[in-house]
Write a new protein. Structure first.
Lengths: 816, 113
């Protein structure tokens, strides 16, 4: 069957990003033809300014070579703009007379610089700043002429001014308003920026309006001066207009497509012609036109989703952030940076050090930020904004950045910008900063997932994820768009929360039903989504779903912990950590009988038997279950152990019976599956010998009862618990514990521990659900007990009795 | 490979249903066990049961499409070619497989690469 024909008009970043996203989803669906007006293959327009300033070369900013197009069978016509669309016959006509038919058409015609209509605007030496040709012209001009005037003190104007100055020109920036970059900066930050640029030799004329541009030879030759409304003049051999961009809609208009400022599109990037999509700077979406790259990438993803006939992507507008690419000036701005009614502002100002920070907060959420002089936390603030994180708990330290939360990664290293190239970022996989930067620039990586796949950085424990995101942000500048909500895996565009909501709302009870209802891209998913879906199903519908063993990691399928040599370790449950000579004898006997190579006391007060083969597992389990043990679930995303101290039974300081409380909690909760591992501890007095304040659920005995703690963990990022509340009786401890576990089970994302979950939703929310809402708490506890009825079946006993025998026996022994 | 040699090296490992769908079982062998996989379409594949990365037992990994994810560090291996999926690198030894009715046969001679 002949493939459908897809034509892309505009070989720029937005259009080609759409093609790349489409090829990821459906590599073979279309016959693709691309038209570009410029003579080059696709390049990174954002990096033109570093080319102008001489910090990068043209070759360094190329994104896709001609070979790239060839390898994918894409026909590329460069230097040949499309001049007409015949919508009736469904074909495009190019300047050189090519006629190419289409079934689907993407318009990505971008924008052009707005030229102020003053007398002399058409003189030689007056130009806009948009493409490689403009950069070439500016560099050539700088060799022969001295004086440049840049009209416009916005982002693009300042980058052009800085670049021209680096090329040796004497540069004056002319701005209509009294403050630079007024669309990104408030006045104090703009004043700091202006002072810094002035100290580098740029000159500024503020609040002046251009009246005319005058040429030599009586006005018709090359530009000579710029005259302002007040009659003053400045000499100029080159005038760069950078006062804004206008969506390039001529072609669309000629074709009769509905245009306002831009080509009007809906949430699927479709124009008024159902065969024609439009994307990038040329479009107008919900009244907005965008001139930054991050929104274009989001649009590209949605457009590709529809071109691939998946049909569920929606573009709903973007929050944007800006970084100025002027070497030595650190500046970051995002969101509602001006504030306003109902907003609060947090400010830090140190003019001597050249640092200014402003955060705008509304309803306990960060909605805007301006950073000058110290921008290392820009990416983090942007992420908080986009995720709508409740910041009430970290408000006091917010302005000082992630490093001050005591939670910013491993080894105290938190500032990616300050790291040298040979410093290690990922301590698990041994990846240095230089390797990550090289991979980002040489392989054209844009997302955290790309970096993970290519370098393995942050692909193991994840504690360096923040650092890697910072490196991405610093390397890409404003190309970087922190994902707002990450898709569950590559098989879908839905997030964890959306998938879970669908399972609940549509009453889906098997992985197959989820795949069908949510149109999964891979018929049987992948190793990332299947364990997550299995968890969501069994935690949402415990009575109606059957656990899918083949979608569990080996540890949870074999109910033992796989070791690096392929053997397993076995940890029998010892409730509350209180054992007996008879139990110890049984463990010792089993260890000897099966030649256990190492016997180790674990951090959770249990006994680990290491070095067992898979075939031995059902046998040692039989011996252990016969002696009364059940599985310790030391391998699972499940309740692990309840660590205790001896408490008031023995300890001279103990005020409550912590050991018994621990045993009771472990008997209540063992066997329960949770989004990630779940650890508890009970201490018998505030000296807290059981270290309850770094557990998912910690209990500390006090004279009048018990203090309950949640959301702590040791591990790569130590986090101390938040206090939940105080209660009086052991029965209450159990009820609050069960209710807390149940909210966590129902609402946290798979593989999200309580610490990041509590930080994400806020301790206030957890208190509201578990402490303040008594009816809600009791309902949660009831649901917890209900699902425990089915969960507390010992997996070892079942398998020792013959269940899943194929898991533990080889097919056969072959000779040779 | 000659017909005579082929006769000698094929080993019957059992009926197809002895291997769980989207799972694997192990064929024990001196000189390295072989993992025999079955996917959702009931295709059968056989790889040396050693991940080229750090020697993980591939038979214990999660199977999807024509891929298995190593249980130790999630390297994703193509079941048909033994190649790690880009950008990962490495290659596991592939063994030819034949399905004769319900019977699954694996050749102990590794496939020519």
């Amino acid at each position: 069957m002949e493939k459908e024909k897809l034509v892309l008009v505009g070989n720029g970043m937005a259009g080609m990003r759409t093609i790349e996203e489409l090829l990821k989803l459906e590599p073979d669906l279309y016959d693709i033809t691309v038209f570009g007006a410029e003579p080059h293959p696709n390049y990174n327009r954002i990096l033109l300014s570093p080319v102008l300033s001489g910090e990068k070369t043209i070759d360094e900013i190329m994104l896709n070579t001609r070979a790239w197009y060839d390898e994918r069978g894409i026909t590329l016509h460069t230097g040949d703009p499309v001049v007409d669309i015949d919508r009736k016959r469904r074909l495009v006509k190019s300047e050189q007379g090519l006629e190419v038919p289409y079934d689907r058409l993407i318009l990505a015609t971008g924008s052009y610089p707005f030229m102020i209509p003053v007398p002399g605007a058409e003189l030689p030496g007056v130009m806009g700043y948009r493409d490689i040709a403009d950069v070439d012209t500016m560099i050539a001009t700088a060799r022969e002429h001295e004086r440049a005037v840049v009209i416009g003190g916005g982002l693009l104007g300042l980058e052009a001014a800085y670049g021209l100055q680096q090329q040796g020109m004497d540069v004056t920036v002319v701005h209509l308003l009294d403050s630079l970059m007024e669309r990104q900066l408030d006045k104090p930050a703009a004043a700091l920026l202006k002072a810094s640029l002035e100290s580098r030799g740029l000159r500024f004329l503020m609040e002046v309006q251009t009246a005319a541009i005058l040429g030599s030879e009586g006005g018709a030759g090359r530009v000579e001066r710029v005259r302002f409304k007040d009659g003053t003049e400045v000499p100029a051999d080159l005038v760069v207009m950078a006062v804004g961009i206008r969506p390039n809609v001529e072609l669309a208009k000629r074709a009769g497509l509905h245009c306002e400022r831009g080509i009007v599109v809906d949430d699927t990037l479709l124009t008024y012609d159902p065969r024609i999509y439009a994307i990038g700077e040329c479009v107008q979406h919900r009244g907005q036109c965008y001139g930054l790259v991050a929104p274009l990438f989001e649009q590209a993803k949605v457009c590709a989703n529809h071109l691939a006939k998946l049909g569920y992507g929606r573009y709903e507008g973007s929050v944007t952030s800006t970084k100025l690419k002027v070497t030595g000036v650190d500046l970051f701005s995002a969101g509602n940076y001006l504030g306003g009614e109902d907003c609060e502002e947090i400010l830090f100002q140190d003019p001597g050090a050249g640092v200014y920070k402003k955060l705008v907060i509304q309803d306990n959420k960060l909605t805007g930020a301006v950073l000058y002089g110290d921008t290392v936390d820009g990416a983090w603030f942007f992420q908080l904004m986009r995720e709508g994180t409740d910041i009430s708990g970290i408000r006091e330290d917010l302005l000082f950045g992630q490093a001050h939360l005591g939670d910013a990664g491993h080894g105290g290293q938190t500032q990616a910008a300050a790291m040298s190239d040979d410093m290690q970022v990922c301590d698990c996989n041994g990846v240095c900063k230089g390797e990550i930067v090289r991979a980002i620039t040489s392989k054209g990586l844009f997302t955290l997932d790309d970096v993970k796949a290519h370098t393995k950085a942050s692909a193991s424990c994840g504690s360096c994820t923040g650092l890697v995101e910072q490196i991405l942000a610093n390397t890409l500048g404003s190309d970087y768009s922190a994902p707002e909500a990450k898709p569950l895996c590559k098989c879908t565009d839905y997030t964890h929360d959306q998938v879970r909501a669908a399972i609940r709302d549509q009453h889906l009870t098997s992985i197959g039903q989820v795949f069908e209802a949510l149109e999964w891209r891979q018929p049987d998913g992948c190793h990332v989504c299947r364990p997550a879906l299995n968890y969501y199903l069994i935690s949402t519908w415990p009575n109606e779903t059957s656990d899918d063993g083949q979608s569990r990691f080996i540890n949870e399928r074999a109910h033992a912990n796989i070791q690096k040599d392929g053997t397993y370790s076995v940890i029998p449950r010892i409730f509350g950590g209180e054992t007996s000579p008879a139990q110890l004898r049984a463990i010792a006997a089993a260890a000897e009988k099966y030649d256990v190579r190492t016997v180790k006391i674990t951090g959770g007060q249990r006994i680990d038997l290491l070095g067992l083969t898979k075939e031995q597992l059902p046998h040692i389990w039989k011996d252990l279950t016969d002696a009364g043990f059940v599985s310790g679930h030391a391998y699972g995303k499940a309740l692990r152990t309840v660590k205790t101290c001896v408490g008031s039974e023995w300890c001279r300081f103990g005020v409550q019976n912590s050991t018994q409380m621990g045993i009771d909690l472990e008997e209540l909760t063992w066997g329960s599956w949770t989004p990630h591992k779940f650890k508890m501890a009970v201490s018998g007095c505030p000296r807290n010998c059981a270290e309850a304040t770094i557990k998912d659920f910690g209990v500390v005995a006090i004279e009048s009862g018990w203090e309950l703690h949640v959301g702590g963990n040791g591990g790569v990022k130590v986090r101390a618990t938040d206090v939940l509340c105080r209660v009086e009786t052991p029965e209450q401890v159990k009820e609050y514990c069960g209710a807390f576990m149940q909210v966590y089970r129902e609402e946290a994302r798979y593989l999200e521990r309580t610490a990041p979950w509590v930080e994400r939703v806020g301790i206030a929310y957890v208190r509201k659900r578990v402490v303040e809402d008594e009816v809600g708490r009791k309902a949660l506890y009831k649901r917890f007990l209900e699902s425990q009825k089915l969960a507390q079946v010992d997996p070892w006993k079942e398998r020792a009795a013959g269940a899943e025998a194929h898991e533990f026996t080889p097919l056969k022994q072959a000779n040779g | 490979m000659s017909a005579v040699m082929a006769e000698q090296t094929w080993v019957e490992v059992g009926p197809i249903d002895s291997i769980p769908r989207l799972g694997a079982r192990v064929l024990k062998r001196d000189g390295g066990d072989i993992a025999v996989f079955r996917n959702a379409e009931d295709e059968i594949f056989a790889l040396l049961n050693r991940c080229p990365h750090k020697g993980g037992p591939l038979s214990e990994g999660i199977v999807y499409g024509r891929t298995v994810a190593c249980p130790l560090h999630n390297l994703c291996m193509d079941l048909a070619t033994g190649q790690a999926k880009a950008p990962d690198e490495g290659c596991a030894t592939v063994f030819p497989v034949r399905i004769d009715g319900e019977r699954v046969l694996v050749s102990l001679e590794q496939a020519a690469t």
